[in-house]
Write a protein that binds this ligand. Structure first.
Ligand code: BDR
Ligand code: CA
Length: 308
């Protein structure tokens, strides 16, 4: 039986790859894709969701919705340096006009998430691959309804390792630490997929040459364009590798035994200063599953197989 999922994302190159993995996996049934301000501004995220769905062309149209255009508190920050001006590394994807491959929901993302939690009680998996603003708003809107979620898998945080936006904090949590704190305190059945594991799964030059290049379909071509890999020089244009942060969160939904987890309680530093957005393990508070180990090559095999 497949898992019904909602993906809340801030597309983003690796969010796009996560969507491709999810829609190509028979273990999952993607009911909705919601957008949150994050890697790029919300309007661009929403445009990118439609572009990526135009590439995927799902037969069962998911609902799509726009969510928060800013964090609960504090400034918006973007990750253009990682994902490019348009969030998709400048990859050329034609957006289908009309709603052939999706259906636009009339309300906001947090309302859709909450409605779906109630529509599929104890059945729905929420995968969050961006800042946690929409999820926090859904919790504020309907805490009872949100308790009907079967699981929440979220990419974010640097628990026992260093951060990627500051030396202590990871981008998704740093973008909206108050939202993350509310989510961690909610008591929902959460699995966190932090940098501790996502930094173990990356696409390097040999993997692109040996595993991605031979695939030769529109998904592999999109990946190569979006990550800026150059086959004439056999190098990335601007980086050394790309991390598959968000695809790993989807991988955990597909094959939970890919990762080794520990149960712990987490807090997030919300006070301005050096530690802003840092995640901390604490004694008190609801227990959360945190991934600390991953079978990286098994995950990569899954990722490449589903790219085909
Ligand atoms: C996370 O931040 C974003 O840039 C990526 O899409 C991923 O969700 C990694 O820190
Ligand atoms: Ca993301």
């Amino acid at each position: 039986m497949s898992k019904k999922v909602v993906i809340d994302c801030d597309v983003g190159v690796d969010d796009a790859l996560a969507l491709i993995l999810a829609f190509h996996s028979p273990e999952l049934e993607v009911k909705a894709v919601t957008g949150v301000n994050g890697n790029v501004p919300l309007q661009q995220v929403f445009e990118n969701i439609q572009k990526v769905l135009s590439l995927i062309q799902p037969q069962d149209k998911p609902l799509i919705a726009k969510g928060a255009d800013r964090p609960l508190k504090g400034k918006t920050i973007y990750a253009h340096s990682v994902h490019g001006r348009d969030g998709l590394g400048g990859a050329n994807i034609e957006r289908n006009d009309g709603e052939r491959f999706w259906q636009i929901y009339s309300g906001l993302a947090d309302q859709l998430i909450q409605e779906m939690a109630r529509q599929y009680p104890d059945e729905l998996t929420l995968i969050a691959t961006g800042p946690l603003t929409n999820l926090a708003l859904a919790l504020q809107r309907d805490p009872e309804g949100m308790r009907k979620l079967n699981e929440v898998i979220l990419m974010g945080g640097a628990v026992r390792t260093k951060g990627n936006i500051t030396h202590l904090a990871e981008f998704n949590l740093y973008s909206d630490p108050i939202a993350a704190k509310l989510v961690f305190e909610s008591g929902l059945p959460i699995t966190v997929v932090p940098l501790d594991v996502t930094h173990q799964v990356s696409l390097t030059s040999p993997l692109i040459e040996e595993q991605v290049k031979p695939i030769q379909n529109r998904f592999s071509r999109f990946l190569i364009e979006a990550i800026g890999y150059d086959f004439t020089t056999h190098r990335f244009r601007e980086k050394e590798r790309i991390y598959l942060h968000d695809p790993l969160a989807v991988g955990v939904a597909i094959q939970p035994d890919l990762v080794r987890k520990e149960r712990t309680s987490l807090d997030v530093i919300v006070q301005e200063g050096e530690c802003y957005g840092q995640i901390r393990e604490v004694e008190e508070g609801p227990k959360i599953e945190v991934c600390f180990g991953v079978e990286a090559s098994r995950f990569l095999d899954l990722f490449f197989a589903r790219l085909k």
